[in-house]
Design a protein around this ligand. Structure first.
Ligand code: NAP
Length: 284
């Protein structure tokens, strides 16, 4: 990529750490934003194994890396190496963004939940207050989404997960408004969110998250998966006239919030969306 601003001794570095990261489109998304805003920043990707995580985070601090995105499998384990956590990161016990302060402290944030909400507003301008929502899955992304839905004043969140202990842990975010349920109840929900990897390429991509009989026009289906851009479940919902939102929009919105935390500037969201779509080869 030809840069407007040449890399120099003053260039600020940001990066993503995870394992694997070679498939990550975050470098394309963030570098497009730095470039568009004429910022002397560059964003790279580092594959870091679990056993090297502590040393890697210490190294990033020592090198003065200003901003770090954290992806699977380190969103929870990275917490022990940070100095301070935002309220949101504490609540959902997950960090996807690290910021290095001027005095060398590492601050941990999670932009996944708000990124999810912003993507919903961006795609369908939805008013969630008093709605009933279903979250399928109870991992890190499900916790972020459920927390964000509570903040958006939904009436009730039903959680559906294969492992009941994990569902119960998620319910503790708000025992009054979160209930553990099963798939048939999604037919009564305004919004249904898939926060499991069912439908991703490496799993059986013909697998549906739920029976087509359970969803109908008037409902919204949000799938956090962004590759493939259209899973079998998304295609099935679209065919039935259900409004569908894919995970690429959330990926861009969580990145935009990280960009603002690092630079103090509003992110050029449309530029970032285009970079994500170009990278993934879709016009959706
Ligand atoms: P995670 O912490 O590993 O949680 C995965 C959840 O999915 C767990 O609740 C697990 O159930 C459930 N699950 C896994 N395989 C399943 C299967 N075959 N059948 C039924 N349930 C299954 O992962 P995560 O970080 O939450 O990520 C979940 C998904 O969200 C991934 O596809 C990820 O790519 C996507 N994501 C997207 C974005 C975005 O910006 N678009 C951001 C974050 C995550 P158990 O509890 O029973 O094990």
């Amino acid at each position: 990529m030809k840069r407007n601003v040449e890399i120099s001794g003053a260039t600020k570095l940001a990066c993503v750490i995870g394992d694997p990261v070679s498939h990550s489109i975050s470098p394309a998304i963030h570098n497009s934003a730095f470039e568009f805003m004429n910022l002397d920043w560059i964003y790279s990707a580092f594959c870091v194994s679990g056993s090297n995580l502590g040393e890697a985070v210490g190294g990033l601090r020592a090198l003065g890396v200003r901003g770090v995105s954290v992806t699977m499998p380190h969103k929870s384990t990275v917490i022990r190496y940070l100095d301070v956590l935002s309220q949101e990161a504490q609540r959902i016990e997950s960090v996807n963004t690290i910021r290095l302060t001027q005095d060398g402290r590492l601050e941990g944030f999670s932009t996944d939940g708000l990124g999810f909400l912003n993507s919903l507003h961006d795609e369908v301008a939805l008013d969630l207050s008093q709605s009933k929502c279903a979250v399928i899955g109870a991992g890190g992304a499900a916790r972020a989404v459920a927390g964000a839905l509570l903040d958006a004043q939904v009436r009730k969140v039903i959680v559906i997960n294969r492992n009941i202990d994990n569902a119960e842990k998620l319910r503790q975010l708000s025992p009054e408004r979160i209930v553990i349920s099963s798939l048939p109840e999604i037919s009564e929900c305004d919004l249904v969110v898939n926060a499991t990897p069912i439908g991703m390429n490496q799993l059986d991509d013909s697998q549906l998250v739920f029976d087509p009989e359970l969803i109908a026009p008037g409902q919204i289906y949000s799938d956090l998966i962004y590759w493939p851009t259209e899973t079998k479940t998304m295609a099935m919902c679209r065919d039935k006239g259900v409004t569908v939102i894919g995970g690429l929009s959330m990926l861009v919105h969580q990145a935009a919030l990280a960009f603002r935390l690092w630079t103090g500037l509003e992110a050029p969201i449309e530029v970032m969306k285009k970079a994500a779509r170009d990278q993934i080869g879709t016009d959706q």
